[in-house]
Design a binder for this molecule. Structure first.
Ligand SMILES: [Zn+2]
Length: 338
């Protein structure tokens, strides 16, 4: 079958690989309906994370179960399933508190940019749809697996309330999903920070009420202008750089909460400054499994269309072009047809 291997920085290839097999009784094997490239895949692709040995790429997935291990009870062959990029048992104390991304048995999904994939901890990770979904819903169901689940977590962790004012820092796919999530949670004012026309347009379509193109001090000044000098009730930090976190802290009013889901690279906090800023911080890898049933319902009932975030669609064999397009910011997010 075809699979995607990162051999070194910038060297990504779709090639013939061995089909996955059941290794543990709790595994399932799925046939991908579609897969995609994540912004976080660009870290090793750019050589910013260690790539000392070939890596099986891909952690966003949905598809049809073809085989299950002897201990799997909740899904069966023939069912259409979506799972989170964090694999969890969904029974340990952290899972029961809704933090499946800190599961005591947590593993991270790999190898999903392929025809078939092995999903460990299938019972605690996969959610089946009531029936096979129509083909046009596949991109949106795929989006629930990571990008929407992560944007949703940013809004949930940032404690977005009905009627509240929200700032979203970052106009990548996750930031755009954060806008969608804040809208669904009833935010009255959603300020999207974006400098790119196509991303601004999508943010507006997903529910942003204001666009701020400025960054740094100018960006903060614009947000203060829009919020009667107060700042936002919730800030969704969806980038993970030192600059984006500084932006988030400066846009947050005292007593607000920042939901941060951009994997930090170079972010540090000054204790005194944090103390006097007086904001709450909750972030980390999104516990997508907590939100999956609700998000899949919203997609299946066509209340949301997160799949629109995919603005480039390629066959799996052209995965290298998909990485290049995202690396060069020609594409927001690439969907791969298998
Ligand atoms: Zn667990």
């Amino acid at each position: 079958m075809l699979g995607t291997i990162l051999h070194g920085p910038g060297d990504i290839r779709c090639e013939e690989v061995a089909e996955p097999t059941i290794l543990h009784p709790t595994d399932a094997i799925i046939r991908l309906a579609a897969t995609c490239i994540c912004g976080s895949d660009l870290w090793p692709y750019r050589g910013l994370n260690d790539v000392s040995q070939p890596m099986n790429m891909g952690h966003e997935y949905c598809g049809v179960v073809v085989e299950v291990g002897s201990a799997v009870r909740s899904v069966k062959p023939g069912e259409f399933v979506v799972g989170s990029f964090c694999l969890s048992d969904n029974t340990c104390p952290h899972c029961r508190f809704g933090f499946q991304s800190s599961c005591e048995k947590r593993e991270f999904m790999t190898g999903a940019q392929a025809t078939l994939a092995r999903v460990p901890l299938a019972d605690g990770t996969l959610v089946a749809t009531p029936e096979l979904p129509s083909a046009d819903l596949i991109p949106s169901l795929l989006a629930t697996s990571d990008v929407l689940g992560t944007g949703w977590y940013a809004a949930d962790a940032g404690r977005v309330q009905p009627g509240s004012t929200v700032v979203v820092v970052g106009d990548g796919a996750v930031g755009l999903m954060g806008v969608l999530a804040a809208k669904q949670m009833g935010a009255a004012r959603i300020i999207a920070m974006s400098r790119h026309k196509t991303r601004q347009d999508l943010a507006l379509e997903y529910g942003a009420t204001d666009i701020v193109a400025e960054r740094g001090d100018d960006g903060v000044a614009r947000v203060k202008d829009l919020t009667n000098r107060i700042g936002a009730d919730s800030v969704l930090e969806c980038v993970g750089t030192k600059e984006s976190m500084a932006q988030a802290l400066a846009c947050a009013r005292p007593g607000s909460t920042i939901g941060y889901v951009g994997v930090p690279h170079g972010v540090e906090f000054d204790g005194q400054k944090l103390f006097f800023t007086q904001v709450g911080l909750l972030g980390g890898p999104a516990p997508v499994r907590r939100f999956l049933p609700h998000l899949m319902d919203l997609v299946l009932s066509r209340k949301i269309n997160p799949g629109k975030v995919f603005d480039l669609e390629l066959p799996l064999a052209d995965v290298a072009e998909g990485y290049r397009a995202m690396d060069e910011r020609r594409a927001i997010k690439t969907l791969l047809r298998v």
